[in-house]
Design a binder for this molecule. Structure first.
Ligand code: LLP
Length: 421
């Protein structure tokens, strides 16, 4: 459920008409619903009620500091994957003891930033990383709390580009080598082993792969404890999928996912962390664009928008489907037209949808891409020298620009011409 519904013939973001935001900030723009963000966070938090747990928002999905503050104030921790994300979380007021640091390529500088600023744990992904983290911690006179990310060799049954838990993927250490790797970690002076981490992929639409992975983690917990390690925390990753198309079968609910977690690892007495991103932010955001032209092609009609692949890369990168709806509610039985919906960027890949049936639209009308809150703005670029687009946060009947549109000068003046030119 989200808070982008038609009311009186108009698409609303909570109690704000999307056309009012468009009039204030221009198009294209992203708009997020506070109520939807909070609702989705709470679904996870409630699903784990009765267990000691922390829901760490995977902020790679949507990292505007206003969004982070909203979720942080509601009790969320953060899952970060870079020094930049760590500093964004801190800028949003999230305390270090609620920040977990994931990722296979943490640099010394990033480790130092997190150790100095305070960190709940590092999710370590290789032996060389362990060694470096230990060295950095020792140089600061500190001890870094760690989990080791294990790769359980489970097929997440999702798009190949976002599957991470199969043995050929670059993530984690093979679970078969876990005992050896934990023994090495335990000997390093700058590390304190506290748990196990796993993440098998994103946009999972079935629970079974989670079950297989968590069962392996539960077995490993017992084995490592028998080896003398204190395993008190399990980070179970993110990845629960969302319904991108309204008419599709909905993926499992957070409540069912929470029940599965309790079933598979509840008996171990560990503190549980999860790292959902997409399910919290995905359906909490829309991308609003203007129809610039309707162009008649050879046997097809192109709807040319002012948003492009640089603003939302998911369709070009993963053939992802996003529902695209008119901002003016279509009348029942209104004419439908089949469109190829494209952006202005000079690549054929800049296509949001092919052969999509839509109510007939004219230039100057607005459309909204649904489910654009996750991996939308965060993956945008300035390709074709198109400035990054604004982000707006809606709360009831108010809205605020939380990242403004830069001017052309701001974009261009970041470049410098050497004096010898
Ligand atoms: N934890 C780790 C270690 C991750 O790598 C990810 C996502 C998450 C948590 C959050 O997963 P989520 O709950 O959002 O599925 N750009 C792609 C998705 C990439 C996901 C990368 N890792 C897309 O647009 O579909």
């Amino acid at each position: 459920m989200d808070h982008f519904l038609y009311r009186d013939g108009q698409l609303m973001a909570e109690d704000v008409a999307v056309t009012d935001i468009a009039a204030a900030v221009g198009t294209p723009f992203y708009a997020y619903s506070s109520a939807t963000l909070l609702r989705h966070f709470k679904l996870f938090d409630d699903a784990l009620a009765g267990t000691d747990h922390l829901v760490c928002f995977a902020m790679k999905s949507c990292s505007n500091i206003a969004v982070l503050k909203l979720l942080g104030d509601a009790g969320a921790g953060m899952d970060v994957v870079s020094g930049g994300e760590y500093l964004r979380a801190k800028a949003a007021g999230v305390s270090g003891d609620k920040i977990v640091f994931s990722g296979i390529g943490k640099t010394r500088d990033e480790m130092r930033i997190a150790l100095e600023g305070g960190i709940r744990q590092f999710n370590v992904e290789s032996e060389p990383e362990m060694q470096v983290l230990s060295d950095v911690a020792v140089s600061l006179g500190m001890v870094a709390p760690i989990t080791v990310r294990v790769n359980p060799d489970v097929d997440a049954k999702t798009h190949a580009k976002i599957s991470t838990g199969k043995k050929e993927d670059k993530f984690g250490i093979p679970i078969s080598r876990a005992r050896e790797v934990y023994a090495t970690a335990a000997k390093l002076p700058g590390l304190k082993v506290i748990g196990i981490d796993v993440h098998i992929g994103s946009q999972l639409t079935e629970l079974e792969p989670f079950r297989l992975a968590y069962r392996k983690v539960a077995e490993l917990t017992e084995t490592l404890r028998a080896d003398g390690h204190e395993i008190t925390r399990l980070d179970l990753g993110g990845g629960l999928g969302i319904p991108y198309a309204r008419d599709n079968n909905a993926p499992p609910l957070p409540l069912e996912y929470g029940a599965l977690i309790k079933e598979e690892v509840g008996h171990l007495g560990c503190e549980i962390e999860i790292e959902p991103g997409r399910l919290i932010s995905g359906n909490a955001g829309i991308l609003v664009a203007d129809v610039i032209y309707v162009k008649e092609g050879e046997g097809r009609k192109f709807l040319i928008l002012d948003a492009a692949m640089n603003d939302l890369i998911r369709p070009a990168m993963y053939e992802a489907h996003h529902d695209i709806i008119p901002v003016q509610e279509p009348a029942p039985g209104e004419d439908q037209t089949e469109y190829d919906i494209v952006g202005p960027v000079c690549e054929s890949g800049d296509t949001f949808a092919k052969g999509r049936n839509m109510p007939t639209l004219k230039a100057g009308e607005l459309v909204a891409f649904r489910s654009a809150g996750a991996y939308g703005a965060v993956m945008s670029s300035e390709y074709n020298s198109r400035p990054l687009i604004p982000e707006v946060l809606v709360h009831g009947d108010q809205f605020a620009v939380i990242r403004r549109r830069p001017t052309f000068d701001e974009m261009i003046n970041r470049d410098t011409i050497p004096e010898w030119l």
